[in-house]
Design a protein around this ligand. Sequence first.
Ligand code: F6P
Length: 551
Amino acid sequence: MAGITDTAEWRRLEDLAAARPSMRALFDADPVRATAYSLEAAGLFLDYSRNRITDEIRNALIALAETAGLEDARRRLFAGERINVTEGRAVLHPALRDLSGEGFSIDGHDISSAIVRECAKMEAFVSRVHAGELRGRTGKPLDTVVNIGIGGSDLGPQLAVEALRPYWVAGRRTIFVSNVDGQHLADALETLNPDSTLFVISSKTFTTQETMTNAASARNWFLSRGGAAADIAKHFVAISTNQDAVRAFGISPENLFAFWDWVGGRYSLWSAIGLSIALQAGFATFERMLRGAHEMDAHFRSAPIERNMPIMLALVGIWNRNFEKISAHAVLPYDQHLARLPAYLQQLDMESNGKSRRIDGAPVDCKTGPVIFGEPGTNGQHAFYQLIHQGTDPVSSDFIAAALSHAPLGDHHEKLLANFLAQPEALMWGRTEAEVRVLLAKRGDKQTDIDSLAPHMAFPGERPTSSILMEKLTPEALGALLALYEHKIFCQGVIWGINSFDQWGVELGKSLAASILPKIARVGEVKPASAGHDSSTLALLNRINAIRRKG
Ligand code: F6P
């Protein structure tokens, strides 16, 4: 099968890239460029004008998407076809946010009624906890939730709980425990009262080492603090697709919230995995988030390519990755409540598109997913922006902000927004050495100082950025933003010809860790020198065991 780079559209883009004008020239030539290169959908505004894209390049990118069969791939996704071919699964997270409860099926079997049923179960549970109808073993209200999960069973709920802070139900708190490092759970347990804590064990497979280890230790802690086995039902619930494993852990079916294999782990916050979100911010808030995502789904499903926000964001990304040859992409939310967005998008993007095989098993013929990183603005400005401005490897960035703040404190938000606007401008225009010289002369610097400083103070500019603006970080806006990125990543996967919905790359490390585990000594234990590993692993293992022997 021919790859995407064999197409005339790809070659045309390579030709256009070789002769692409600078961004400075594009802005100088077109005073309304920003209007022509921006879009609005589902309460979000996207300005992608600060990319080195001309009308011709945009048309060629759209032609590339058409050649890659993007519209048909989108149809197949929504039709519930088993597009995750290596796992034989459909990919229907959009069905989870279709509150009308209609229209989604797999192989002719309706799935919407099961979604509605599970949603109702979640809603009833949340309202009973909030009303104090469900209480702990001693009759105390369950005011604290500990979400035990990792990857998609942690990052999505954690991001949403933080992002929805202004909507929190008074008097409640949620703690997230993910790392198998016992310190993570131990730190959380220190702050807990077992009588008022609800543990939410979130795991699609209910086999993940980290989650199962933390869940078992949490249960032991609960039992050691006066809880009886019969009290487990009051303090532990599970969210999983694996009913048998949940039952084997000791959680009864009434305390199980189900989801399905057609919900990928990193796309699961819309399912019952969102229980921690609903417990912290209310079920109505959770539903508002679903509604925002659904609005983006409806837009993605129906808007023509050139007006389609997820598709255009994907094409801008393809341009930067494959034709500008940029291998790192920064996610820069100018919003403290979106502090976990970069971590969330790291999983969503890198686990989805960090692939080097095409769907047919052949090696890919082009670069795929970039390295994603980021921090909230303005913190990042005082950390890694130096490299984005003046480093040797160009980085593309997404700037994200809300025009209105939930915390209108003094002039904080105006200052935040000023930075949100200033950075993309600085990244695009840069500053020439000649401009620096004029600046330094004006401030009265000596010629020798000007000569030595000017090269350091010059910025190359031409760093591509996209800006995403929302009115306010509401549940709807959050839902739309996350759905935007989900669809963007899907579109890029289609164009690169890869399966964005599996994650075989995480398996090898897992199985090696399982084989090493029995070779690590418990503190005070003497373990004979181990074999069967390379000399690096062996030397480290023996050193660890020697330290732990003395321990
Ligand atoms: O890291 C691999 C992975 O399978 C992710 O895709 C997933 O989100 C995470 O582990 C957790 O899996 P589970 O929800 O089954 O515990």
